[in-house]
Design a protein around this ligand. Structure first.
Ligand SMILES: Cc1cc2nc3c(=O)[nH]c(=O)nc-3n(C[C@H](O)[C@H](O)[C@H](O)COP(=O)(O)O)c2cc1C
Length: 334
């Protein structure tokens, strides 16, 4: 019998397969189904800085002003139950589920809203995931300033909670490796690689911007795959792979690269929570076929720890790939 026991953020998980933040994890019913399908842990949908800031700043004032942001924030309450409903969901989930329940905050700036992290801990969240979703659009703000804000926010949350803290990052930094190291020094126990930005499109008829939710595919796995392979054991931190995990093969790849856990959203939205069981079965079968009794045997087998100079290795692979053109091009036509 293959053992899937895993440690993530210092927590003991029965499986490395985790349901990441999405509407599926936003109700007790969804959470129960995910646990029954074999999830090792669940991450609740995020509470947004805007929702918490509005509470602190008196909603009434904004109602009078008819602020657009208010209606947006109220719409969000339909997404994640709002600040009060969220605390109740954690309490209920904690009382009902045996697997760890990870709460999630989504914000950008340190401020009073961060106090809410303490409440999440008080009602029983086993860990906290901080999703720093920020698209810096000012040509005047340097990359170093953006990084400074991230670190300040992480320090600010770290000071308020004793539970493990994971940071969900975007891949768009000039040095993901250096920022990761600094985030760990600022108090992160885990990194979730990566957050997926929702990129708006343009409608050619209405000529309007159209927000479009496009679920991921396995093609997107290679970004987290690369960075997990680079960071595994390079810095002392738990690593979660997020974006593009759809099949058992995807999960095996990121575990082989060094992920502690494998997170899934799009695959579960597309196929239902029960898809987790199929991925688990595929993972168990593969481990058995390859004579591995635990998932620990697989973890990090193909990280870049074995490569003396990963940057040179990356460049060499790039050049080899170009030199092999067109034999290595995979298109529908070929
Ligand atoms: C409908 C939807 C809602 C999501 N809500 C959140 C959220 O509240 N907080 C968060 O950190 N990520 C959220 N995500 C991002 C997912 O947790 C995940 O990181 C992303 O979809 C990439 O993983 P995937 O390829 O498995 O979908 C959401 C994704 C989708 C599709």
């Amino acid at each position: 019998m293959v053992e899937l026991d895993t440690r993530y953020l210092g927590l003991d998980l029965s499986s490395p397969l985790v349901a990441s933040a999405s509407p599926l994890t936003g109700s007790l019913d969804g959470l129960r189904r995910l646990e029954a399908a074999g999830a090792g842990a669940v991450v609740l949908p995020s509470l947004f800085e805007e929702q918490l800031t509005l509470e602190a700043d008196q909603v009434g004032r904004l109602l009078d002003a008819g602020a657009d942001s208010l209606s947006k924030a109220l719409t969000l309450d339909g997404y994640n139950a709002g600040p009060h409903g969220y605390l109740a969901l954690i309490e209920k989930a904690r009382a009902t589920l045996r697997i760890p329940v990870i709460a999630s905050l989504n914000g950008v700036t340190p401020g009073a809203w961060v106090e809410h992290a303490t409440l999440l801990e008080e009602v029983g969240a086993d860990a906290l995931e901080l999703n720093i979703y920020y698209v810096s659009s000012s040509p005047r703000v340097r990359g170093s300033e953006v990084e400074r804000r991230y670190l300040e926010l992480v320090r600010s949350v770290r000071q308020r909670v004793g539970i493990p803290l994971a940071v969900k990052l975007s891949p768009y930094f000039s040095s993901v490796a250096n920022l990761s190291r600094q985030l760990v020094q600022a108090g992160a126990d885990g990194l979730v690689l990566f957050n997926r930005f929702y990129q708006p499109d343009l409608d050619l008829e209405s000529m309007e911007v159209t927000p479009r939710l496009v679920l991921s595919t396995s093609e997107e796995l290679r970004l987290p795959l690369r960075w997990i392979a680079i960071l595994h054991r390079e810095i002392p931190v738990s690593l979660a792979a997020s974006t593009g995990v759809h099949t058992a093969a995807d999960a095996i790849k990121v575990l082989m690269a060094g992920a502690d856990v494998v997170m899934m959203t799009s695959a579960l939205l597309r196929n239902g929570p029960e898809h987790l069981r199929a991925v688990e079965t595929g993972l168990r079968d593969w481990l058995e076929e390859h004579g591995m009794g635990t998932v620990g045997h697989l973890r990090g087998m193909r990280s870049q720890r074995s490569v003396r100079d990963p940057a040179a290795w990356e460049r060499a692979n790039y050049i080899t790939m170009l030199a092999g053109y067109p034999d290595q091009v995979h298109t529908e036509a070929r």
